[in-house]
Design a binder for this molecule. Structure first.
Ligand SMILES: Cc1ncc(COP(=O)(O)O)c(C=O)c1O
Ligand SMILES: Nc1ccccc1C(=O)C[C@H](N)C(=O)O
Length: 425
């Protein structure tokens, strides 16, 4: 069947899609196809509305916005934590919306890395996002430990994926703490968090996860799996806005552990304004807050997270899997002759929410896509990352992107560009 004949099938799938109406909730640019929701999710009308309401509270109430705003700022982090909690499989008490991804990692490692005796090392992996590695290296340095010796990074066998057996083999009696991604940012592989947590705990090691590429895209059961801690950003799949406040999870068994980095917003809320120099930490994950919340950066999350509360993460995951499965089918049928290799797991249990298309000309193929108003992102040296998002992408978008890619390759349109990344790739 020629590719053009397949558009009808895509349209039919859109007609049957229960989530299709949610597309209208978002600001989509006419004539453009956005496939980068795994880097920065799009603005929804509800997120815009709650941001504007919070601005109005500031305009009209000044300081009284803390208690009397439409979304009172003093409880806003807690309110958003309750909306984040079902997405990560934690109780509202175990979750806090605070800080940023990297800052929360610092906070959690400062809290849970307790080198003692021969257990002085942190275990991570060689494919994770660089910021996590920089944070772990500096946490080791702060303890007077040389990262070259005390940060162990599990290698990948093929440069794409991690094998849980290799990670488990590296859980030696020298490891005090493990920090791993839930989903790898390049290949989109989901790690078996339940198994890794079980194995870590069997060896007396604490374990935490970076959920940037999974929260808002796949369900989690951090509490039931017994995960010690997790942290994530809310600007990708949760559409909270550029640089919006991040999230963290601390298992309830650790409540009462003094945070490594303390500040007055980690106080019990009824005690905070006692202004006592002896801190009374919150008895839940709220203790891991540090200073005043970035209210205007939290505000869009109220509307953004409402959408997830309405739809439910299981429905999001089901559609996301259908979209990426459909895209893989079309890539297999139409694009493999041009040298594309699917570098993400194919299995539903292992596949996150994006496709990782490998090609030696990836940087300039991305530029050619942008010239067609398709927004992907490029990850050096050879990955075109494409994330069809359940709440705002259509099956027809997937069809269209593959069809445009085919034209770009057929006509060698990518040759009009340099095969180099941009500043923000
Ligand atoms: C997996 C992962 N970890 C950490 C980060 C860094 O997060 P932030 O810049 O919000 O601290 C990102 C993306 O920026 C990421 O994708
Ligand atoms: N925070 C950003 C700021 C600017 C540009 C991209 C980002 C990303 O989040 C990239 C993402 N972490 C990635 O997985 O590549």
């Amino acid at each position: 069947m020629p590719l053009t004949a397949k558009r009808a099938e895509a349209i039919e799938r859109d007609e049957q899609d229960r989530l299709a109406p949610y597309r209208d909730e978002f600001y989509l640019q006419e004539g453009s196809i956005y496939m980068d929701g795994n880097s920065l999710g799009l603005l929804s009308k509800r997120a815009e509305a709650t941001l504007l309401e919070s601005l109005a509270d500031w305009r009209e109430l000044g300081i009284d916005g803390w208690m009397k705003g439409r979304h009172p700022w003093f409880e806003l982090s807690e309110k958003l934590a309750a909306l984040n909690a079902p997405l990560v499989g934690g109780s509202a008490d175990e979750v806090m919306v605070t800080g940023s991804t990297t800052v929360n990692l610092h906070q959690l490692v400062a809290t849970f890395f307790a080198p003692s005796g021969q257990r002085t090392k942190i275990l991570a992996d060689s494919l994770t996002f660089p910021s996590d590695i920089y944070a772990l290296q500096s946490q080791l340095r702060l303890r007077g430990l040389d990262p070259a010796e005390h940060l162990v990074q599990v290698e990948s066998r093929d440069g794409r994926f991690l094998d849980e057996a290799d990670i488990i083999a590296a859980m030696t009696e020298e490891i005090a703490l493990i920090v791993l991604p839930t989903v790898l940012y390049r290949s989109g592989q989901i790690l078996d968090m339940e198994r890794l947590t079980r194995e870590a705990h069997a060896r007396g090691i604490l374990i935490g996860f970076d959920g940037c590429h999974s929260v808002g895209a796949i369900p989690h059961a951090f509490h039931d799996w017994g995960v010690d801690f997790a942290y994530w950003c809310n600007y990708k799949h949760l559409n909270g806005g550029p640089g919006t406040v991040g999230g963290l999870f601390v298992h309830e068994r650790h409540f009462g552990t003094l945070p490594g980095l303390t500040g007055w917003f980690g106080s019990r809320k009824d005690k905070q304004f006692d202004m006592d120099h002896t801190m009374t930490p919150a008895e839940n994950a709220g203790a891991f807050q540090i200073g005043t919340p970035h209210v205007l950066s939290l505000a869009p999350q109220i509307g953004a997270l409402e959408l997830f509360a309405e739809v439910g993460i299981d429905a999001v995951r089901t559609k996301s899997l259908a979209l990426t499965d459909y895209m893989m089918t079309l890539v297999d049928q139409e694009l493999t002759p041009y040298g594309f290799v699917i570098g993400n797991p194919r299995d539903d249990k292992r596949r996150g929410a994006h496709l990782s298309l490998e090609h030696p000309e990836a940087a300039r193929i991305c530029k050619a896509l942008k010239a067609h108003h398709v927004i992907p992102d490029f990850r050096a040296p050879n990955i075109v990352r494409l994330a069809p998002v359940a709440l705002y992408n259509k099956f027809e978008d997937v069809y269209e992107v593959v069809s445009i890619l085919k034209t770009i390759m057929d006509e060698k349109q990518y040759e009009q560009f340099k095969n180099e990344r941009e500043v923000v790739a």
